[in-house]
Design a protein around this ligand. Structure first.
Ligand SMILES: [Zn+2]
Length: 169
């Protein structure tokens, strides 16, 4: 049997090595299933540009998560770290996934994000810090309102739930 510390190390490595939204998404779903025993299939991810103070949102009653592409690009440019970017995307997707699982209240979702992240990635991980302080702790001191980029068209992330394809005969 794996020790908790080994599981945390595995999760950390998996997240920092993740390539693309779909791999991060699989980690989010596995972690939620492990900690909260909840699962939902068939979500879709869209990317759009919003003011930087918004991370992502889930339109109630849909299968959709819309992620702020402008925010991920600013964070990528500032941190120059795939690891930090993956941790940010993990935190944002986890938050919206919990909404999609039926947790409506913000305060409840925030504390569940913290619980899942701390249990799966450990107290010291960047994602756990984002869960506690908000992902904007990365951008502390920056003039967020002046960092606006161009508004581009919304795009869908292809093969976001690629592993589902095996269920479709
Ligand atoms: Zn929320």
């Amino acid at each position: 049997m794996l020790r908790i510390m080994d599981i945390i190390e595995q999760n950390k490595k998996r997240l920092s090595d993740a390539q693309g939204y779909n791999e991060i998404w699989e980690i989010v779903k596995d972690n939620v299933r492990a900690v909260l025993k909840q699962h939902r299939q068939g979500m879709m991810l869209f990317l759009d540009d919003f003011p930087l103070r918004l991370g992502a949102y889930h339109p109630l009653g849909t299968n959709n998560i819309v992620l702020n592409r402008a925010l991920t690009q600013v964070v990528a440019a500032i941190t120059k770290s795939q690891k930090s970017l993956n941790a940010l995307i993990y935190t944002l997707l986890l938050h919206e996934y919990l909404h999609a699982l039926g947790h409506i209240q913000e305060s409840e979702v925030r504390s569940l994000v913290y619980k899942v992240t701390k249990n799966c990635l450990g107290q010291d991980h960047a994602a756990t810090r984002f869960a506690k302080l908000g992902p904007w702790s990365l951008l502390y001191g920056l003039p967020l309102d002046n960092l606006k980029g161009p508004k581009r068209v919304m795009e869908i992330v292809k093969n976001f739930e690629a592993t589902n394809e095996k269920y479709i005969a």
